[in-house]
Design a protein around this ligand. Structure first.
Ligand code: ZN
Ligand code: MN
Length: 487
C-alpha cells in the first residue's frame, strides 16, 4: 500500500482569511457574511496577517522551507455553497514546501520514519450545503458562514505504507497543531478534514527495471474520524487488490477516481472521476497583492514555536528515565498535564513512580470527573509527599490510593487524610510482637522462607494487615524474614 494524505485544518483566527467576518462556529446560518466572502462583484479581499503567521508556525514546525515570495490563485469550480465560483488558494507558489514529520510507534509496530511534506498552502473554505433529510421534505439550504474561513492544506508525500502509519501520521500532526495552538482540530465540527490518496505497488518479477506494478490511484473522501481513515484505507487496499486481479488495470489505464467512505456500510463508493488540476483553470487572483516575507518575520515566528511534542517526549525520557510508551501517553494529554508531571517528578525525584500515578490515578480521576488537570485539587507537592510514603514503604499502593481519594474528597494534606482514615504509624515493638506471633502460627510458611523462598513472606503480610491495617508492609516483610531465619 502506498498512501499520501491531504489534511485541511481550520486556523484558529477570530476573523476570516480575506474579510472581517467572524469565524465562530455554530451561529445561525448566514449571519457571518459580507460582500467579500459571499463574492459580490467589486468587493475586494484583504489578507488576514494572523492567518499567515499561524500557517508559517505550522510550516516551520513541519521543517518546511518558507519561500520569500508567494501569491494567490483562483481555483475555479461551481458549487452551490461557493457563490464566487472560485476558491482563493495557492497553486504554483505555495507559502511553504519540502518539509517532513517524523513518526514512530511507541509499541514498535513499525520502524520510525520521516514522512515528507510536499507543501502546505493557505486557502479559503467554502460554505455548507444543509440537506433536509426529514421524510417528505426534500429541500437543501445553503449556509455561507464558513465561506472564507482560513484553511491550511497540508499535503504529504506518498510515504506511508499501512493504515497504521497513516494513523500515526495523523495523530502526530494533530498533536503538533494542538501544541502550536493554531487550531482546535475538532473533526466533528470540520476543523480538521482528511483526504487520502492510495494505491498498491505490486512486485513484478517480469519487469526489466524491477519496478512494481502500480494500481490506479484513488482519492478517498468523507472520513470523519482517524478510525474511519484507518478502516477506509484497509478496505480500499482489499478492493484494489480484487479489481487488479479481475481487470489488471494499472495506473494511467483509467481516469483518477474519487471514492467516498460510507461509515455505516464500512465501504468506499465511487463518486466521480477526479479532476486534474488543469480542470480548475487556475490563474493569479488580480484582486490580491503577492506576499513578500522577510527573514526577520520568519525568525520571529520561529521564536514562538515553543517546545514541540517530539522534543518534549525525548526530554521526559532522558530526564526522568521513563519509557517511550509512557512519554507518549503523557505528551498526548497536552502541555498542562505534562507540566504537572514534570513538577511531580522533580519534587518527588521518582520519575517512573510519578508517571505511573499520573497515568493510572490522576488521569482516571480527570476522565471520570471530566475535568482538566488545572482543576485537580491535589497539586504536585502534596502528591509528591504521598509518593514518598509509598516509596518508603509506610503505605502500600492500595492504601496510598485510599489516602489520595481522601485527599481529593476532603481537600486535605497527606497527614490529615491519613489521620482521617485512622492510619497511624504502628510502634516497632508492637510490630515485632505481631510478627513473632505470625511466625509461631505458620510453621509451613516459615519453612518455605528458610528454604530460600522469600516470596512466601507475602502471605504473612496479608495476615498482619488483617490484624492491624496500619502496619507498614515492607517492615513486616523485613521482620518476618529476619525472625524466620532465627526460628
Ligand atoms: Zn465576510
Ligand atoms: Mn484544498
Amino acid at each position: 500500500m502506498v498512501i499520501g494524505l491531504e489534511v485541511h485544518v481550520q486556523l484558529d483566527t477570530k476573523s476570516k482569511l480575506f474579510c472581517r467576518c467572524s469565524t465562530k462556529f455554530g451561529s445561525p446560518p448566514n449571519t457571518q457574511t459580507c460582500p467579500v466572502c459571499t463574492g459580490t462583484p467589486g468587493a475586494l479581499p484583504v489578507l488576514n496577517r494572523e492567518a499567515y503567521a499561524l500557517s508559517m508556525k505550522v510550516a516551520l514546525a513541519l521543517n518546511c522551507e518558507i519561500p520569500k515570495f508567494t501569491k494567490w490563485d483562483r481555483k475555479q469550480y461551481y458549487y452551490p455553497d461557493l457563490p464566487k465560483g472560485y476558491q482563493i488558494s495557492q497553486f504554483d507558489l505555495p507559502m511553504s514546501q519540502n518539509g517532513h514529520l517524523a513518526i514512530s510507534d511507541s509499541k514498535d509496530a513499525f520502524e520510525p520514519k520521516k514522512v515528507g511534506i510536499t507543501r502546505a498552502h493557505l486557502e479559503e473554505d467554502a460554505g455548507k450545503s444543509v440537506h433536509d433529510e426529514q421524510a417528505g421534505v426534500a429541500d437543501s439550504q445553503i449556509d455561507l458562514n464558513r465561506c472564507g474561513t482560513p484553511l491550511l492544506e497540508i499535503v504529504s508525500e506518498p510515504d506511508m505504507f499501512s493504515p497504521l502509519e497513516a494513523k500515526a501520521y495523523l495523530n502526530e500532526l494533530k498533536l503538533l497543531l494542538t501544541y502550536l495552538g493554531v487550531s482546535d482540530c475538532n473533526m466533528q465540527e470540520g476543523s480538521l478534514r482528511v483526504d487520502a490518496n492510495v494505491n498498491l505497488h505490486i512486485p513484478d518479477e517480469n519487469a526489466a527495471d524491477g519496478r512494481p506494478i502500480a494500481t490506479p490511484i484513488v482519492e478517498i473522501k468523507n472520513m470523519n474520524s482517524f478510525r474511519a481513515v484507518e478502516r477506509a484505507l484497509a478496505y480500499e487496499a482489499d478492493r484494489q487488490w480484487e479489481v487488479w486481479q479481475e481487470t489488471g488495470q494499472k495506473i494511467g489505464d483509467v481516469p483518477k477516481q474519487t471514492r467516498g467512505w460510507d461509515d455505516s456500510a464500512q465501504v468506499t463508493r465511487g463518486q466521480r472521476s477526479k479532476e486534474e488540476s488543469s480542470d480548475y483553470r487556475y490563474f493569479p487572483d488580480p484582486d490580491l497583492v503577492p506576499v513578500v516575507v522577510t527573514d526577520a518575520e520568519i525568525e520571529e515566528v520561529r521564536g514562538q514555536l515553543g517546545e514541540l511534542p517530539a522534543a518534549l517526549r525525548t526530554r521526559l525520557e532522558e530526564t526522568f528515565g521513563i519509557t517511550p510508551y509512557d512519554s507518549d501517553v503523557l505528551v498526548n494529554q497536552g502541555r498542562a498535564l505534562v507540566d504537572y508531571y514534570i513538577e511531580l517528578a522533580e519534587t518527588s525525584g521518582e520519575g517512573k513512580l510519578a508517571s505511573n500515578w499520573v497515568q493510572q490515578d490522576v488521569l482516571r480521576y480527570l476522565n471520570e470527573q471530566e475535568i482538566e488537570i488545572d482543576a485537580f485539587t491535589v497539586r504536585p507537592p502534596a502528591l509528591a509527599e504521598l509518593l514518598a510514603k509509598v516509596k518508603g514503604g509506610q503505605l502500600d499502593t492500595s492504601r496510598g490510593r485510599e489516602v489520595l481519594a481522601e485527599m481529593i474528597a476532603t481537600e486535605s494534606s497527606v497527614a490529615d487524610a491519613m489521620t482521617k482514615l485512622g492510619i497511624a504509624e504502628v510502634d516497632d515493638s508492637e510490630l515485632v510482637d505481631l510478627c513473632k506471633q505470625l511466625i509461631a502460627d505458620n510453621p509451613k510458611i516459615v519453612a518455605d522462607i528458610q528454604s530460600g523462598n522469600q516470596k512466601a513472606a507475602g502471605a504473612l503480610i496479608g495476615q498482619a494487615k488483617k490484624q492491624n491495617p496500619n502496619v507498614n508492609p515492607s517492615r513486616v516483610r523485613e521482620l518476618c524474614i529476619e525472625l524466620a531465619s532465627q526460628a
